[in-house]
Ligand binder design. Structure first.
Ligand code: FAD
Length: 493
């Protein structure tokens, strides 16, 4: 029975463990943190329970595929978000509700955007064609080299070519009349680590996944339920997880990586090693690869860092729903500076999630748990977060004003995680929240591979390897790396 070591218990690591354990590999996971899940984690404080990172999922059929591949029925109960979310624009007390149903959406925006249903229909149809023409060919494929990738790309119908040379903003600008609608449709660019003014129009496929294809879903019981359910199956499959164990170096190697070394000097050996630690920074910081040394890593494009605030408050904030965006004015100016500014934004744009709206058990009776996520520059641009209380106070006071609910006076508990906290607790490179960005030169065969260049038994899974970031993508990543391992070890017992 082949022994496998997985470094990291993020969703990528856990999903790979599930797949390989089912196939008979003997799997051990080593995790730096005290709890499994990586970014998909949990914070429990003063009777409140918060999802630490992800708050919704798209492409949920990937979860079914994961469980079904191990012979299990998907145990996770999902609830579709409808409306998907609400958006508060600066200077307007009434939020805009974003519906998947185009007639309802048209009604919501009838004062500013005529014929909206038809415009969105056409926009999503174009994006949908691109999504379906690339999902299996490009997103769900392993590539051995750049040529193979380019050949695969050449099989994508030529009609999509203009998408590569246009920005996402030009696509929304062409489609919609109102600034509000353009902004709403281009918010997804920030998830990819770019701005709509830079990211190519191909990523309008994300609008398609949220608004038409599968939508946004939350997990009954909170997002962490996903991890808890996977852990139950891993336990049955005999997978061992060792917590508070960080891999800091490598030991004996001879074309193969035979050992890795933890912070206490313990040596861990296996036939196959898989890093769920960031695929780019692991190569640089742990393996000492020249192509991934700090100055090279710093030149790569990384997604924004999270600045997160977890608040337990007494009372109910009526204006908030499960999913809320609070936007300022001057969208273009904000987008142009947010990635590289070294000072706290004066008028931050932020996202608010209130799990207690649907999950009473996550907050004491009559209370609300509020999770705020404000994307900020990573540690390359702003390294000192000793002023994190200032940004948190600014956001909390803005949220109080815009919801008409005095948060400060009703506060029971508060926790802030600045980019340096995220970096420290989960080894996120310079605090980048979603890992490597998705520029054209950082996807497909141009993204760090899921198989190591030098060690024949070392593999990678997770957000910074293929296909990319986000919960469904790292589940696909676990499938791709499992396929690679199965192929490499098919004839070796
Ligand atoms: C604030 C935030 C909000 C998000 N919201 C969403 C959302 O709503 N929907 C969505 O789909 N996606 C969301 N994402 C993205 C999603 O969380 C990630 O893409 C996904 O969870 C990444 O999983 P992973 O397995 O690649 O890595 P991780 O979750 O980062 O797991 C890696 C694990 O490896 C461990 N580790 C690292 N280095 C070592 C080492 N040397 N030794 C031992 N252990 C190590 C870490 O501690 C960690 O547990 C969000 C991310 C953030 C930060």
């Amino acid at each position: 029975m082949k022994k496998v070591l997985i470094i990291g218990s993020g969703l990528g690591g856990l999903s790979t463990a599930l797949r390989l354990a089912k196939k008979g590999y003997k799997v051990t996971i080593l995790e730096k943190h005290h709890r499994a899940g990586g970014r998909l984690n949990l914070i429990e404080q003063d009777g409140f329970r918060f999802d630490m990172g992800p708050s919704f999922m798209s492409m949920t059929y990937e979860l079914d595929e994961l469980f079904n591949s191990t012979g299990e029925k998907n145990p996770i109960e999902l609830e579709e978000l409808d409306p998907l979310y609400q958006v508060f624009f600066e200077g307007n007390d009434k939020p805009r509700l974003i519906y998947k149903d185009l007639q309802k959406l048209e009604e919501e925006f009838k004062d500013i955007e005529p014929n909206l249903a038809q415009k969105v229909e056409e926009y999503l149809t174009r994006a949908g064609h691109f999504f379906h023409d690339t999902e299996d060919k490009v997103v769900k494929s392993n590539f051995n080299n750049k040529l193979e990738y380019i050949l695969k790309l050449s099989r994508v119908p030529l009609k999509h070519l203009p998408y590569l040379f246009k920005t996402m903003w030009s696509e929304v600008d062409k489609t919609f009349k109102s600034e509000e609608m353009k902004i709403i449709f281009s918010l997804v660019a920030f998830f990819l680590g770019s701005t709509p003014f830079q990211t190519p129009a191909i990523y309008s496929l994300l609008n398609y996944t949220e608004m038409r294809h599968n939508g946004y879903w939350k997990v009954k019981g909170g997002m962490y339920k996903m991890v808890e359910e996977i852990l139950k199956i891993l336990d049955r499959f005999g997978v061992k997880i060792v917590y508070n164990t960080e891999i800091v170096g490598i030991g004996n190697s001879n074309g193969k990586l035979n050992e890795v070394i933890d912070q206490n000097g313990n040596r861990w050996s296996a036939d196959i090693i898989i890093s769920n630690s960031d695929a780019a920074s692991f190569r640089g910081n742990i393996l000492g690869r020249k192509d991934y040394r700090e100055e090279k890593l710093d030149k790569m494009h990384w997604t924004l860092a999270p600045f997160t605030i977890y608040l337990g408050v007494k009372g109910k904030v009526d204006k908030l729903t499960h999913h809320n965006y609070f936007l300022g004015s001057n969208f273009k100016g904000y987008a142009d500076t947010i990635f590289t500014s070294s000072i706290n934004p004066q008028k931050p744009y932020y996202y608010v999630n209130v799990l207690s709206k649907s999950e009473e058990s996550c907050a004491p009776e009559g209370c609300e748990n509020i999770y705020i996520l404000c994307p900020v520059p990573d540690l390359r641009y702003k390294n000192d977060w000793s002023d994190k209380e200032d940004l948190a106070s600014n956001i909390i006071s803005d949220l109080s004003n815009r919801t008409g609910f005095d948060i400060e006076s009703n506060l029971i508990t508060k926790k802030i995680m600045a980019p340096d906290d995220w970096a420290k607790s989960l080894n996120l490179y310079k605090g980048s929240g979603l890992g490597l960005a998705h520029d054209i030169d950082q996807v497909g065969a141009f993204r760090p591979r899921n198989k190591d260049e030098e060690f024949s038994n070392l593999y990678y899974v997770g957000a910074s390897t293929t296909p990319g970031t986000g919960l469904p993508m790292v589940i696909i990543s676990s499938k791709l790396v499992t396929e690679r391992i199965e192929k490499d070890y098919a004839n070796i017992s």
